[in-house]
Design a protein around this ligand. Structure first.
Ligand SMILES: Cc1cc2nc3c(=O)[nH]c(=O)nc-3n(C[C@H](O)[C@H](O)[C@H](O)COP(=O)(O)O)c2cc1C
Length: 549
């Protein structure tokens, strides 16, 4: 039987001729376990040293030039500086947001990014954004006050989400954040700038005693297209500033300052993610956005450089490291956090997500952009939602009204999908919109296709609530937003304590992703110096023992 070669190999020449190592030889580890321990002591340097033909690793000692006086000392083959998770990414991101890590947990609507998710991460120095999308003003105000109480010094953020069909919700959120002094928002789903996001931004500008511009309201804009990124990277447009001035919402001085700063401090580039996504690969999208940033930064000559971070598909230490190596200032996770204990979802979903593989997600019609053909990424394992939602989309495209749908088809819809008559769905739909947005009803009464869309949106809207609340009997209709990062994460943690749904905590996930990335970075540093490791070293395995505190 062939046994695995657990030794390190060295193929370089240079280092050996230039440097030697001095330190306690008893600290050298030659066995697998000992070497792993040395590599994982990330706040210590790591030396690879040759002794009697074998290569060992140690965190102790120091390197010296290989001068004649150092004759007899052990050869130094490779060296890695201390490399902690806190050192990854752009430290300006951490200073600006008062966080310890260049990592944040993105908003997940309906409070899936819950208060406890935001505060748990905040207490450990990670920024997280509360999922304000789709929740009422009263609930949002309550969440703001409680999070501010729990994290008086931050870091935390709130989602300012654009909804093309409900402008009032965006305005309500912006006003709430201004009223309560929320100092960081994650602005998302924008296709163009609106007065509300600009108002939030500009109302926070002031001059410091040195006549520099102080940014009181920080904006992280999450985008997946260059056109939208450009708008957030440029200063606010005159047209919106004039409008805000006319309404006396900002001062003349603030309007002037707004011309010298971008609308957003940070641009999160969203690749193939859970929920709304353009499905672009991060490796293609990120370089393009970095180039755009460089162009605009140079043109505008801002005092503070706009940072570009990476989201979408990040669920392993390898993907975290890849994003940093490509130039991301920070990384963002979403899907993986939904499977954690703190997420505002049901236990059913929490148990389902750890079983999801990379190919168990697909695009399905979106509740909010159904009529425009908008789609979002959801789980297809253990639920019939994507199939049923697609059926509704097909019917919407094939017919101009509910009455045109053949009787057999309608019967199937009522029995299997809606589990009630379409007439009663319409009654409920009218009651819902009469309270929130009566214009929708007026339009539907004169446009049968619009009526069909509203009826179908009843299903598309409710199914995500059923998933979050764990509606009994509707499990096969659960709509669970999720991207391929979930499958990648599940593959990574298989066999570790994080495989178990009851053990998944957002802080553990963040810690292991960042620690794993730092570990892999160290390995790459040593590899660049021609040190070769057996395969098993190239995997960072999360253990509960390696958690701080
Ligand atoms: C369940 C779920 C809900 C989401 N809801 C929102 C949202 O309301 N607003 C938002 O800006 N992003 C939302 N996102 C996107 C995340 O904030 C994050 O950017 C994205 O999930 C990162 O990609 P990943 O899913 O590959 O980790 C959501 C993602 C998921 C998985």
């Amino acid at each position: 039987m062939k046994t695995e070669d657990n030794r390190l190999h060295y193929f370089g020449k240079l280092s050996e001729q230039l440097f030697v190592w001095e330190g306690p030889e008893s600290s050298l580890a030659f066995d697998s376990e000992g070497m792993s321990r040395v590599l994982l002591n990330l706040d210590q340097p790591c030396f690879a040293v040759r002794k009697e033909g074998h290569i060992g690793l140690t965190n102790e000692g120091k390197l010296q030039a290989a001068t004649p006086s150092a004759a007899g000392a052990l050869s130094l083959l490779a060296y890695s500086q201390p490399l902690t998770p806190e050192m990854l990414g752009d430290d300006a991101f951490c200073r600006f947001h008062g966080s310890s890590y260049a990592y944040y947990a993105g908003s997940m609507a309906h409070g899936i990014s819950s208060e406890s998710l935001v505060t748990a991460l905040g207490r450990k120095g990670y920024l997280a954004s509360f999922g304000a999308g789709g929740i009422t003003q009263v609930a949002l105000e309550g969440a703001v006050q409680r999070i501010q109480k729990d994290l008086p010094h931050g870091p935390y953020a709130f989602n300012l989400i654009h909804n093309p069909f409900a402008e009032n919700l965006e305005r309500m959120a912006a006003e709430t954040y201004l009223k309560f002094g929320v100092q960081t928002v994650e602005a998302s789903a924008f296709m163009d700038l609106t007065p509300y996001v600009v108002y939030y931004r500009v109302a926070g500008l002031s001059l410091n005693p040195e006549n520099g511009i102080e940014i009181g309201n920080r904006v992280i804009a999450k985008v997946s297209r260059r056109e939208v990124a450009t708008k957030f990277m440029e200063p606010a447009p005159d047209k919106i500033l004039t409008l805000l001035r006319e309404q006396n919402l900002i001062t003349e001085a603030q309007a002037r300052m707004a011309k010298k700063v971008p609308v957003a401090d940070d641009i999160t580039v969203e690749a193939d993610s859970g929920g709304h996504t353009d499905n672009r690969p991060l490796v293609s999208l990120l370089p393009s956005m970095l180039a755009l940033r460089n162009e605009i930064q140079e043109k505008q000559g801002y005092q503070q450089q706009i940072r570009v971070g990476a989201a979408g598909g990040i669920g392993t230490p390898e993907s975290v490291l890849a994003a940093f190596m490509m130039g991301a200032a920070y990384v963002v996770t979403g899907s993986v956090n939904q499977s954690c204990l703190e997420a505002g979802t049901s236990d059913h979903v929490r148990k389902l997500l750890p079983q999801v593989g990379m190919a168990d997600v697909c695009m399905a019609p979106a509740f909010d952009m159904f009529e425009m053909g908008g789609k979002l990424q959801v789980v297809k394992r253990g639920t019939l939602f994507p199939m049923r939602a697609k059926k509704l989309n097909d019917l919407y495209l094939a017919y101009t009204s509910i009455d045109e749908i053949p009787a057999a088809e309608r019967d199937k819809l009522e029995k299997q999908v809606f589990q009630r008559s379409l007439d009663s769905v319409w009654d409920e739909t009218m009651a819902y919109f009469r309270e929130r947005d009566p214009e929708q009803i007026n339009k539907a009464l004169v446009n049968p296709r619009k009526k069909m869309a509203l009826i179908f949106r009843w299903y598309l809207g409710l199914t995500s609530h059923w998933a979050n609340s764990g509606e009994t009997g509707r499990e096969m209709d659960y709509q669970v937003w999720c991207g391929p990062s979930m499958g990648a994460f599940n593959d990574w943690v298989r066999g570790s304590y994080l495989e178990i749904p009851e053990k998944r905590r957002v802080t553990d996930v963040a810690h292991h992703l960042m620690t794993g990335a730092a570990y892999l970075y160290r390995l790459q540093q040593l590899k660049l110096q021609q040190l070769r490791f057996p395969n098993h070293f190239s995997r960072y395995r999360p253990t509960s023992r390696s958690l701080p505190g």
